[in-house]
Design a protein around this ligand. Structure first.
Ligand SMILES: NC(=O)c1ccc[n+]([C@@H]2O[C@H](COP(=O)([O-])OP(=O)(O)OC[C@H]3O[C@@H](n4cnc5c(N)ncnc54)[C@H](OP(=O)(O)O)[C@@H]3O)[C@@H](O)[C@H]2O)c1
Length: 285
């Protein structure tokens, strides 16, 4: 029987979304709420979570729809496991888990302190690991869907993103292995690789982004979090493992896969242009 859009979304109730108080995670939670799912919003700052929950409660489609918040640092394994065990008891086993919590600290490799690298790995990769270790045993009893958020920088080495890129490549790898491991238990695993998206994280990145990074990403169209959320649900409907919003992101993926030399030479030209410009402006370094 053909599934309607409504029934597809009710397959996603309850949904647990990390990083749901802001940006892409919030837009994904919004899509789910608009389609009637019960949603658990997970992030650290309780005030941001409250604001997000209030906004989402105002667009609920029924009085019985549950929008709940959980203040939790997903990089803390013990806390995450304890909290999620309680939430499963209260809300039920999630049918959809979206791992969107993340951070980025771009800079030249030698200027990124080890602690920043470690934190980036702990949040972007460790956070997904912790959430899934807490939830997968439960999800295996009835199946479900998992979405991990990587990035274009999760399959393409982008200047300035050593720490972030390493974490997001790892998210891609983890997702590929989990796809194979969890399929027999009826759990679908997807990886979403958004291009530059207009969120507080991207604004924060601007503070430390080297000019070379700006020169490379300057070509790309800036997406809205809503564009990314819509592309995710299109990808889920089409049962795509790898979901890349937008035509240029998809083109970069295929070009980099089959013609990496071409992609490198385009990026290297941009990097050289940015360096020449900087040397002209600051000839003494
Ligand atoms: N924006 C882009 O251009 C872009 C492109 C590709 C991929 N992405 C990825 O998309 C995801 C969402 O990014 P965004 O741009 O939407 O960023 P954002 O608006 O800054 O949102 C990040 C969310 O993650 C939460 N968070 C951060 N660290 C956390 C932690 N340790 N534990 C729990 N929650 C945490 C934040 O809330 P609290 O700070 O209150 O915890 C917030 O809700 C990230 O994984 C990011 O790497 C973004």
């Amino acid at each position: 029987m053909k599934k309607t859009l409504g029934s597809l979304y009710s397959d996603y109730s309850p949904s647990f979304v990390t990083g749901a108080s802001s940006g892409i995670g919030f837009a994904i939670a919004r899509e789910l709420v608009l389609r009637g799912a019960n949603v658990l919003l997970i992030a650290r700052d309780p005030q941001k979570l409250d604001r997000a929950a209030k906004e989402l409660s105002s667009i609920r489609i029924s009085e019985t729809q549950v929008i709940k918040t959980l203040s939790c640092d997903v990089s803390d394994k013990k806390l995450t496991e304890e909290h999620l065990a309680k939430e499963v008891k209260e809300l039920g086993i999630p049918r959809l888990v979206v791992n969107c919590a993340g951070m980025a600290y771009p800079d030249y490799f030698e200027k990124i302190p080890y602690d920043r690298f470690k934190k980036t790995m702990e949040v972007n990769l460790g956070g997904i690991w912790n959430v899934l270790q807490a939830l997968v045993p439960e999800m295996k009893t009835r199946g479900g869907t998992i979405v991990n958020i990587s990035s274009i920088a999760g399959f393409l080495g982008v200047f300035g993103y050593t720490a972030y890129g390493a974490s997001k490549f790892a998210v891609f790898g983890l997702s590929e292995v989990l796809r194979a491991e969890l399929k027999p238990s009826g759990i679908r695993v997807h990886v979403l690789c958004p291009p530059d998206t207009d969120t507080p994280q991207l604004a924060e990145e601007e503070k430390t982004k080297p000019p070379e990074t700006r020169a490379i990403s300057g070509h790309a169209k800036l997406f809205s979090p809503d564009d990314v959320a819509k592309a995710l649900f299109r990808g889920l409907r089409r049962k795509r493992f790898l979901i890349i919003p937008g035509v240029s992101g998809k083109a970069i993926y295929f070009l980099n896969r089959f013609f990496p030399g071409l992609v490198h030479s385009v990026m290297d030209k941009d990097i050289k242009k940015a360096r020449d410009q900087r040397n002209k402006e600051f000839p003494h370094g």
